[in-house]
Design a protein around this ligand. Structure first.
Ligand code: GAL
Length: 703
């Protein structure tokens, strides 16, 4: 198989329907690596092995069905062994070997791992924490994002690579850096503080505007000169001015994005000069696990949405969090196909207890990503390292070699992905959306909040899980996105709510949508200043309630709920309660005891042609499910709790309306679903009912 780069704009996947404001800006001629199948492969680090091993690697890649390799991710020290001297011979040879074998390359810039000589030459480029600790270099991600020396050197190595390989036929995609923001994001050195001041000047124009936005009248923090403003480093109090901190988070996300776009632009200049402007350029992100980057803004700058996902090994039902990440990646990518850039064949090596995947689990995981729109599945890494920090991390070729279960499953997965080739470019369809934005996540995380139990991600997962278990497919959307195509929109947490977002939600519900909002949302504006007149200020009229006071609960407090649910519901709630007055809404559930006894707990407000629900507490999982069942009935969304919640069901639809049903059985018992068609993985035909053996996966091309 020879993989040639062609006009991707003509043959690439449909751009899909944008969900987020940023995603909506994606070019309609989306770039995609020219592969003639779903992508399958890994990060390849040949420099860790003698050259004799490379030929064996390529032969084994063939055996496994690998067609895409990410190369050179941490190779800066080898590619530029001393300042300005470049050595590409070894990379030429690896690229040549792969190309001869028909294996395409996603060529990386190595700028996540600064060479030792660089840090020795520019010691001040090492990042500084908020406590003033200067971080050392014997790892990766050791750089200050604002240091001119880092910016120049990273652009230079990217340019050298682009000049040399822009026209190389094996290179079908460019992989800039590695996981921006994980872990290096914020830097508090003097250079960063100066860059922050420049950013603030551009944002506010005047100190008066900054003083007002930051409410510096509190604690006498007024600034009378720009030079007085520092990075929000560790202060004697538990936290600094929250708006100061929030702006630093905005600034950090934008600064790192500048690093990415600088490398991307220099690569694009060379691919364009080589007549290959269609070759996609992207970066692998750790969506939802990297709090420091606003991925809605980032996704507008990447050609392919690419995510690295690792299971939280000890988390029960961790395949649900996997599904959330996959749905999120599809959503930030605008709804079209995306790429799973890294996951693991079995255990990772960086969690407290690195549980190994059990037989069949890798297959279920990989195919779950594909079910949710990934047009490929890549791993970290190809061959397990002998030494170094990640030697106990699983790989496609484990330490035990090819006589192993992992290798057999790797070869099996390659065959599965080859059989699924026709699903390329089809998209996953969702009727519901959850809103997720970074500003709210950042702002909620500051100190001096009414309860330490307010947790953005925890609520997102809880609501997502309730929908997942009821087989409701969901997208994620930015609060400013056009929501009109969703029947139901859920807001698990939106502490910070810009006025235009509130208006967007009003318009959505007025138009007939069903909205479900969880507590402590709509409280502050973009400056982290409270909306006056009663909570939840920005959403009060839409929800038809008025909250006079928050009534957070003690850690061990469980309150009972009462009201319009069938026995044995409603159950209990924890963490939070509120003193709610109805202002147009009806009470669906009330607090049966606790500090808000007798007050509404869950409300429903008819607004325009739709309904706005408010959940003012953290109900137990079953009660939350029942509340969402009621809201789904308003929305006319099928809420299926008859089919076991160990069976993951997702459909991808092609532009010609062909439907692919992914049925992934995470349970211990055989399961069945009403459907007809042919299992693309086994060739078996089903009429009326498809049975899925325990732990197995079927992908049914529906009749
Ligand atoms: C990722 C990273 C890889 C590798 C992997 C291990 O976050 O991009 O280089 O370290 O984790 O799980």
């Amino acid at each position: 198989m020879t993989l040639q780069v062609e006009q991707a704009a003509a043959a690439g996947p449909a751009a899909g329907v944008a969900t987020g404001s940023a995603a909506a800006q994606r070019s309609p001629a989306a770039r995609w690596p020219r592969l003639d199948a779903l992508a399958y492969g890994a990060d390849y680090n040949p420099e860790q092995w003698p050259e004799e091993v490379w030929a064996e690697d390529v032969a084994l890649m063939h055996e496994a069905g690998v067609n895409l390799i990410s190369l050179g991710i941490f190779s800066w020290a080898l590619l530029e062994p001393e300042p300005g001297r470049f050595e590409f011979g070894w990379l030429d040879r690896v690229l040549g070997l792969l190309h001869e074998a028909g294996i395409a390359v996603d060529l990386a810039t190595p700028t996540a791992s600064t060479p030792a000589w660089f840090l020795a030459q520019y010691p001040h480029v090492r990042p500084v924490t908020s406590e003033g600790v200067v971080l050392g270099g014997s790892a990766r991600q050791t750089y200050c994002p604002h240091a001119p020396e880092y910016r120049a050197a990273s652009r230079q190595i990217a340019e050298q690579l682009a000049m040399r390989y822009a026209a190389h036929p094996a290179v079908v995609m460019w992989h800039v850096h590695n996981e921006y923001g994980s872990p290096t994001a914020e830097c508090y050195c003097p250079v960063s503080a100066a860059a922050f001041r420049d950013w603030l000047r551009a944002r506010y124009g005047s100190l008066d505007a900054l003083n007002a936005a930051w409410t510096t009248s509190f604690w006498g923090q007024q600034y009378s000169a720009w030079e007085q403003i520092d990075a929000p480093r560790r202060a004697p109090m538990a936290d600094v001015n929250p708006t100061h901190r929030l702006d630093f988070q905005r600034f950090t996300s934008e600064s790192l994005l500048e690093l990415y776009t600088a490398e991307r632009d220099v690569i694009r200049a060379h691919t364009t000069a080589a007549g290959r402007a269609e070759v996609p350029i992207t970066t692998n992100l750790q969506l939802i696990n990297c709090k420091s980057l606003d991925f809605w803004a980032w996704s507008a700058q990447t050609d392919v949405a690419a995510n690295d996902h690792y299971l939280s090994a000890e988390r029960p039902d961790n395949h649900i969090e996997l599904a959330l990440c996959a749905d999120f990646t599809r959503s930030v990518g605008g709804g079209g196909p995306w790429l799973l850039m890294e996951h693991s064949t079995s255990a990772v090596s960086w969690q407290p207890r690195n549980l190994a995947k059990r037989p069949g689990e890798m297959r279920r995981n990989s195919l779950a990503h594909v079910a949710r729109g990934a047009d490929g599945a890549l791993f970290f890494q190809w061959r397990a390292s002998r030494g170094g920090g990640e030697k106990f991390h699983s790989a496609m070729v484990p330490h035990g070699g090819t006589g192993s279960r992992i290798w057999r499953e790797v070869v099996g997965l390659g065959a599965d992905l080859a059989a699924l080739r026709p699903v390329q470019c089809s998209t996953t369809v969702a009727e519901a959306a959850l809103l997720w934005d970074w500003e709210s996540w950042w702002a909620l995380g500051h100190t001096f909040r009414p309860s330490v139990d307010l947790d953005f991600k925890e609520r997102q997962l809880a609501y997502y899980e309730a929908l997942w278990r009821a087989h409701v497919s969901a997208d994620f959307a930015h609060p400013s996105a056009d929501l009109s195509r969703y029947r139901m929109v859920v807001v698990p947490q939106m502490y910070l709510c810009r006025e235009e977002w509130a208006e967007n939600l009003r318009q959505y519900v007025r138009g007939g949508g069903t909205l479900v909002v969880s507590y402590f949302s709509g409280i502050v504006d973009e400056d982290d200043s409270v909306y006056l007149g009663g909570y939840p200020g920005a959403l009060r009229d839409l929800l038809g309630v008025l909250v006079e006071e928050f009534l957070p609960l003690r850690a061990d407090w469980t309150v009972r709920l009462a009201g319009q649910l069938e026995e044995p519901y409603p159950g209990t709630a924890t963490v939070w309660a509120e003193d709610i007055e109805l202002r147009g809404a009806e009470a669906v559930l009330t607090y049966a005891d606790g500090p808000a006894e007798g007050k509404p707990a869950v409300t429903r407000h008819a607004f325009g042609n739709g309904h706005a629900w408010y959940v003012s507490t953290r109900p137990d999982a079953e009660t939350l499910r029942e509340i969402l069942r009621l809201a789904a009935a308003d929305a006319d969304v099928t809420f299926d709790t008859e089919t076991p919640d160990t069976l993951e069901l997702v459909r991808r639809k092609a532009s010609d309306e062909t439907s692919y049903l992914f049925a992934i059985n995470h349970g211990q018992q055989e399961a069945a679903v009403a459907a007809s068609g042919v299992d693309m993985l086994t060739g078996e035909a089903f009429i009326g009912s498809v049975h899925i053996p325990a732990g197995s996966v079927r992908v049914v091309r529906e009749a």
